[in-house]
Design a protein around this ligand. Sequence first.
Ligand SMILES: C=C(OP(=O)(O)O)C(=O)O
Ligand SMILES: [Mg+2]
Length: 399
Amino acid sequence: MTRITSVSLRRVLDSRGNPTVEADVLTESGGFGRAAAPSGASTGEYEAIELPPTEAIAAARRHAVPRLVDEVYAGNQREVDAALRGADGTENFSEIGANSAVAISMAAAKAGADVLGAPLYQHLGGAFRGENFPTPLGNVIGGGEHAKEATNIQEFLAAPVGAPSVSEAVFANAQVHARASEILDERGIPAAKGDEGAWAPAVSDEEAFEIMDEAVSDVEDDLGFEIRFGLDIAASEMFEDGVYHYGDETKTPDEQIDYVAEMVDEYDLVYVEDPLDENDYEGFAELTDRVGDRTLICGDDLFVTNVDRLSEGIDVGAANSILIKPNQIGTLSDAFDAVELASRNGMDAVISHRSGETEDTTIAHLAVATDAPFIKTGTVQGERTAKLNELIRIADDAA
Ligand SMILES: C=C(OP(=O)(O)O)C(=O)O
Ligand SMILES: [Mg+2]
């Protein structure tokens, strides 16, 4: 019933106006799935390879489509993803592109769910998935690679950890985003938005911390449940010649660890992603040892959703959390393997969007299917609200 009868690929626009790969998968009983690859700007050195979409599409048509059509069942995700790996033949999808691979992998999952008449989160997670929903980490103020002339730290993320429901959490983040805008206005600071819809004012990191703290406390007081905040420092992007660059100032790796540990305590941060360079497992381990009992230290560029890099991290205690981006590794099966390895080792998985996104909502389903405690998918803007609104619908559907 779920035998794949057609895979078509095309270029569509992403949220930055760049082309990306979209895949349609059809099955013999009329099942249909469509998905599009996202794209990063602050990409990790060890991510799977994103090819220019035209090349990725041509290579996937040549190598992957013949191995899928009439050969593989969309309902069997492992089989689909093994065929993609077999067609590519490299470790990092450099032949067909991780962008083609992930679009096909996700579209096949949707086609499989369509045939079964099940929502995607249920098809992926099974009947006995947990009953929890992820807390959305909402990007409120940001800079780094996502906005010029703004903060050095890439993302200041609202975390409504006490929200009684997904819906209330999603609206709380939107309210923090709106309150941050008012505070910026009160201070006479103009702000455009960065790639993910966060405010991108030309303020110091210190001032951004203050604004976040105030915005989060005000909304917490108004809504009556706990809201904290966290960071994606995206430190690999700042690391050059052995030091971290904050504008004209620099910090040595030891100073960086001290600085992050101080910020965790000063602002009661609930989450810190990529506090150190992607090759510094030892620094990650030291920081996790210092503050890992009271905050999540999450590896994004460090782990790149890759079980080999995650295993290395587990061996040295490099983090207590992993960011999961399916396009960093190329298939849903690989992403699931990373989540499973993390949770077997007591680590939290955070399912994540990319800075370049489409209306695709697969990650909302992935977060629910894997019982992930957090999802990072922005706060406002259509390509972000597509996922947030889907989460609200899933919670409604599951109630
Ligand atoms: C979402 C992120 O940005 P990008 O997609 O640019 O890597 C991130 O670094 O976590
Ligand atoms: Mg990151």
